[in-house]
Structure formats: structure tokens, C-alpha cells
Design a binder for this molecule. Structure first.
Ligand SMILES: [Zn+2]
Length: 655
């Protein structure tokens, strides 16, 4: 799955969570809905071909993607897709004619697998393949499988075959825990698309879904749309910072890294100037989501989105304690001082300042480069490769009918620079952390041992999905771990300990302000997707929430929410990253901080968390690992404790 990691570091915090595959879960409901949250299965099986050895062999002739001969050419996707659709029909028939029982769940899982294995592979290829013809063929495959999914979503007979099972209490009680959960997840997928409703309502649900999709894409487009103003409205000396279009100046973003305060301010005020149609799209999107949620039986869209997650249902925001506990006041004070130093006439800290000044402060610290070995995967930059670090599961794990376990296969996609004549590829600490992060997802896939591919590895609730990857970041920031592999590429010397500690500390600088921003965004997302009709216009809610949760004031005549693209993908789940981080932090501190190589803790981690994928309620996994049931306070404290940094010492130390 694609990363929803790294908060706040992107320009002006506009795009805090990376757009993630998990985020798209809401787009394709029903059977298929969960495939987007991760992984793939072997397209090989779609051809009844055993993937041959995966050894890298440069001299053999072209064998086709993932060992599938047909995929040596783009047309192969057509064959794969036809085969998948044919198999789907057979499985639908089987599901409908088999008496209700555990077998039903197995058939559903195979059905899901048949579509996933092709669509997920295509999903990866359309992003990552270097040749356009492959990308286009893959795109087409995604579309046609998507259409099939829509059909299955409204297949009442198929739905009834599952319902027969779940409405028979005796049968349900006879299912093992994982099978039962998977059956319920499938049912949930049906229900959120409204299949249990009478025909008229179902039609209404379909209409609402179509409308929501349409509004989503319009809103998304608008979040990036540049604003233009007449050039004479901008002071002469900053105009050259923006693109010109005749007599107009085009502002296409927040220019958050611009050193000139006035440039950032102008960009902030212009780019965030409220746009009437964008405002209308957002309001309609939110109210249609609310209508859909109510139609399918939830009191708010949040309730619908949070089912099955760690949070389970929207509650009181866990956040208020943050404002006092997080040390943001210190952060803002540091930034204010830095601003005063650089710009004595105008030292008031404004919302367009934090990304720039926190960067200046962090630069205090010199970053070093350490050598990392390699793990084979798609690590290096090339033309047309998206600039995203991702983890794709090429094949999800599952127990096959013959008793064999279908082993998971993943791709780690990074964007590392190539080695040069003079030096090998050297990783910055940031790159290394990304690698560890993605490895965390990979381990989740590798060590997952679910019976069903529907819940393999990273196919778990959004707010649990980042736990394994963030946990790995803690390892990557620990000297005892780094010292195992990081060496100077010429001298072979390990990294000095104080350098590693300094680096780790530098990550905490202004982290509180970053986190506060995330808390503010997450709260906003919850309110927008909570009770409808909303008490106030979205801009008033933004203002109110910002004043309550964020340390810098709302700027009149701006409407940041209209640029908040993650409202679409993460609708009501923006808090997920914070939740995952809190859990990872607890696991790190209670199980690994004392000894990162503690074998027993590692085994427990594998057994209690990774092995279950999405096959167990996430909160039960957390309990199994921590051997206690964490409270809201524990979650909050876990986040807050990561922010501890002695600024004075840090600053003095680094002069
Ligand atoms: Zn991630």
C-alpha cells in the first residue's frame, strides 16, 4: 500500500498525508472495496501459470511481468482481464448455488482474489511501468475490472448467499473467528453500497455514489487550481516570484518555502481566497456523503467510515489536551525568535510562516549521509516514475484449498538516486527512514499468515495500516540499530553516535507544531463528516476549529478547507496517521526501547500483530501486543512523549 506517512513536511502542510491507496477504499464498494487498501495476488494464477524463480537474470530473454509469459506484451492485459472475468462468473454461480457455510466465505475470497490479482497488478503497472503502452493497457484493465465490480455490488443473489450464512446464528457460531470476521467484512462492503435496501433506495444509493464520485473529482481538481489576480495588486518587488499571464499574476500554491515573508503572505492570501464554486462542491460533497451514510443506516458519515477501525466510532475528540501538552508554544516561540532575527520589522508569527521557519531552525543541524546496502526491488529513479515511495503487495497471502500457503510477494518502490562513477548510492537519513518505513509495510505483508487474501497483510483498517511502518521508523532512528549497518562508504567507519542522536533530535524540532496542525486537520475532518446539517458554513467551522486547536490565527477571507484534498480520499479518516503513530509509539516504548533486538518481543509482535493482517479486530491486536488495553490518555501521552526535546540544550549543542 502506498504511504500515508510523513506529516506536515509537505509544502505548508497542505498535503499532509500522502495520497494513499488506503484512501481510495471508499471509491469501489462491495467485493472489491478492500483490494485498494493494498496488495495483489499473482496474475500468474489468472493464467494458471506458476511464476518461475524470481531470480534476477539479466541474460535471459524477456519473460513477461512477474513471470507471466503473456505479459511480455501490453496486449497480455486483455487476456488476463478476460480470464478474470470468466472466472468471476463461475465463482458467482458457485457462491449462489453452494449451501451457506464456511465454504461460502472461501468462495467469496476466491472471487475477490480473481479480480484483485489482475486489477492490483494493473494498478501497479499503470503507475510504475516505464513503457507507456503497458501503462495504458493496465489502465484499461483497471477500468473494465472496475465495471465488473460495480455489477457485483448490485448483484442481489450474491448478496443473499452471504446473508443466508450470516443470518443463521447457529451457522455463524460455528465459524472460527477469522472466517466470521471476513464474512462480516464482505457483508459490510455490500452494505455500505446499499445492497440491503429496497430497489428504490438502492437506486438512490447508486445515484448518490455517482454524485459523490463526481463531486469528489470536481473538488479535487479545484484544490489545485491556481488563482489569478491583476499584477498591479501585487507589490512590484515580489511579482517576479510568480508566473505571469499577460496582466495577471498566477498563484499556484502557497510558496511555503519562499524566504521572503511577503511572498508567502501574498501566496497564502491569494491561493486560499474563497472560491464560490469550490465551496459549493465541498458543501454538496459533505451533505451527499451524509445522505448516503444515513440511507445505508449510519447516523453520520464518520460512523460509516470508522466501522472496523481502532477508533471504531467517532467519539469525543481526543485532542484538547494536546494544546497544553504538546509544547507547541515553545515551537512557535522558537519560530517567532527566528523570524525576529531574520526580519526584525515584522516578527509576528503568521500561518504562512511555520513551514519556512521550522525549516530554517532544523537546518541548524548538519545532515550526514550513511551508506546502506541494498534489498532488491524497484529502488531507483527513472524517467516517468512517480515520486512516491510505495509498497505494493504483488501477491497476497492465503491458505489455498490444497493446504499450501500462497506466499505473499511485494514490491518496494523508492526514488533513490543512481550511483555515480565516484560513489555508490548514498542515502540521506530521510531516505533511510523511508526505506525502513516501506520495509515495515513489506514485513506486514511477509509475516501475515491470514487464511484469506481479503485480509492479507496490509489489508487492514486505515488507522492500523501505518502501525508497522511507523514502528520501523523508530528502529531507523535508534543508534543501536543504525550502527549495525551504516558505514562510511570510503573508510568503513560506523557513524559517530552523537551524530545519530543529533539527527534523531533534529526530527523533533518543531514536531509539536506539526502535530498540532495535524490534530487541527483531523478534527476539522471529523466535524465536517459528523452531524449534518452542519451548524455553520464550512469556513466558519474552519475558523472556529483553528482558533481552538491551532496556535496561529485564522486569516480573514481565506478558506483553506477548499484546498484540503484529503477530505476526499480520507473522508473521516484523516486521524488515521496520528492513531497509527500513537500505537507504534506505545509498541516501541513498551516492547523495544530497552532492547531493539529483543527476540521475545519481536516474536510477540509477529504473532500478535503482523500475522493477523486485517483478520482480527485491530484493538484486540494492540491489546495482545501491549498486554493491556490502552486508554485514550495512553494514546495521547504516546504522541506527546515523542515530542520531548530540550530545545535549549539542542540549540546550544549544535552551535
Ligand atoms: Zn506507509
Amino acid at each position: 500500500m502506498l504511504c500515508a506517512q510523513r506529516l506536515g513536511s509537505l509544502a505548508a502542510g497542505l498535503a499532509a498525508l500522502r495520497p494513499g491507496r488506503a484512501a481510495r477504499g471508499s471509491l469501489g464498494a462491495g467485493i472489491q472495496a478492500r483490494r485498494v487498501s493494498t496488495s495483489w495476488s499473482p496474475v500468474g494464477a489468472a493464467f494458471n501459470v506458476k511464476p518461475q524463480g524470481r531470480r534476477l537474470d539479466l541474460f535471459r530473454e524477456r519473460r513477461g511481468l512477474f513471470g507471466v509469459p503473456e505479459l511480455s506484451a501490453p496486449e497480455g492485459f486483455y487476456i488476463a482481464q478476460e480470464e478474470a472475468l470468466r472466472k468471476t462468473e463461475l465463482l458467482v454461480e458457485r457462491a449462489c448455488s453452494t449451501p451457506p457455510g464456511p465454504q461460502t466465505v472461501l468462495i467469496f475470497d476466491e472471487l475477490s482474489d480473481a479480480l484483485c490479482r489482475v486489477a492490483d497488478l494493473a494498478d501497479f503497472v499503470k503507475i510504475a511501468h516505464p513503457e507507456p503502452a503497458f501503462r495504458e493497457a493496465a489502465e484499461e484493465t483497471c477500468r473494465s475490472i472496475g465495471t465488473m465490480v460495480e455489477k457485483l455490488n448490485t448483484n442481489v443473489e450474491l448478496y443473499q448467499s452471504l446473508q443466508k450464512l450470516l443470518s443463521d446464528k447457529k451457522l455463524v457460531d460455528s465459524l472460527d473467528v477469522e472466517t466470521r470476521r471476513v464474512a462480516e467484512l464482505f457483508m459490510f462492503d455490500f452494505e455500505i453500497s446499499g445492497i440491503h435496501l429496497d430497489e428504490e433506495k438502492r437506486k438512490r444509493a447508486v445515484d448518490l455514489n455517482v454524485k459523490i464520485l463526481d463531486l469528489s473529482s470536481k473538488f479535487l481538481m479545484g484544490t489545485n487550481f491556481p488563482n489569478k489576480i491583476e499584477k498591479h495588486l501585487l507589490p512590484d518587488h515580489i511579482r517576479h516570484n510568480f508566473v505571469r499571464d499577460g496582466d495577471l499574476v498566477v498563484v499556484d500554491g502557497l510558496h511555503a518555502e519562499a524566504p521572503n515573508d511577503l511572498v508567502r503572505e501574498a501566496a497564502y492570501r491569494i491561493f486560499l481566497y474563497p472560491n464560490a464554486s469550490q465551496l459549493k462542491y465541498l458543501e454538496e460533497l459533505l451533505s451527499n456523503r451524509d445522505l448516503l451514510a444515513k440511507l445505508v443506516g449510519y447516523s453520520t458519515f464518520s460512523h460509516r467510515a470508522l466501522q472496523g477501525t481502532i477508533a471504531q466510532k467517532p467519539g469525543k475528540p481526543i485532542y484538547p489536551p494536546f494544546k497544553d501538552k504538546m509544547g507547541t508554544i515553545k515551537d512557535f516561540e522558537m519560530m517567532r525568535q527566528m523570524k525576529m532575527k531574520l526580519n526584525p520589522q515584522n516578527s509576528e508569527l503568521m500561518p504562512w510562516d511555520p513551514p519556512y521557519y521550522s525549516g530554517v531552525i532544523r537546518a541548524v543541524v548538519h545532515e550526514s549521509e550513511g551508506l546502506l546496502g541494498y534489498i532488491y526491488c524497484d529502488f531507483f529513479q527513472r524517467a516517468d516514475k512517480p515520486h512516491q515511495d510505495c509498497h505494493f503487495t504483488i501477491r497476497g497471502g492465503r491458505l489455498k484449498e490444497d493446504g499450501d500457503y500462497q506466499l505473499p510477494v511485494v514490491v518496494l518502490m523508492l526514488n533513490l538516486p543512481h550511483s555515480s562513477r565516484n560513489s555508490p548510492t548514498l542515502l540521506t537519513p530521510g531516505m533511510m527512514e523511508n526505506l525502513f518505513h516501506e520495509m515495515g509495510h513489506a514485513m506486514h505483508s511477509m509475516l501475515g499468515r491470514t487464511r484469506y487474501q481479503h485480509v492479507t497483510g496490509t489489508r487492514c483498517p486505515t488507522d492500523f495500516a501505518e502501525v508497522p511502518s511507523i514502528l520501523m521508523e523508530y528502529f531507523s532512528n535508534d543508534y543501536r540499530v543504525v550502527n549495525q549497518f551504516a558505514r562510511h562508504y570510503q573508510t568503513g567507519q560506523p557513524l559517530p553516535k552523537n551524530m545519530v542522536s543529533r539527527l534523531c533530535e533534529s526530527k523533533k524540532v518543531c514536531a509539536a507544531a506539526d502535530m498540532q496542525l495535524q490534530v487541527f486537520y483531523a478534527t476539522l475532518d471529523q466535524i465536517y463528516h459528523g452531524e449534518h446539517p452542519l451548524r455553520k458554513p464550512t469556513t466558519d467551522i474552519l475558523k472556529e476549529t483553528q482558533e481552538k486547536f491551532y496556535g496561529l490565527p485564522y486569516v480573514p477571507n481565506t478558506a483553506w478547507q477548499l484546498r484540503f484534498s484529503h477530505l476526499v480520499g480520507y473522508g473521516a479518516k484523516y486521524y488515521s496517521y496520528l492513531m497509527s503513530r500513537a500505537v507504534a509509539s506505545m509498541v516501541w516504548k513498551e516492547c523495544f526501547l530497552q532492547d531493539p533486538f529483543n527476540r521475545a518481543a519481536g516474536e510477540r509482535y509477529r504473532r500478535e500483530m503482523l500475522a493477523h493482517g486485517g483478520g482480527k479486530e485491530p484493538m484486540l491486536m494492540v491489546q495482545g501486543m501491549l498486554q493491556k488495553c490502552p486508554s485514550i490518555d495512553d494514546f495521547v501521552n504516546a504522541l506527546v512523549s515523542d515530542l520531548d526535546l530540550d530545545f535549549e540544550t539542542f540549540l546550544m549543542d549544535s552551535k
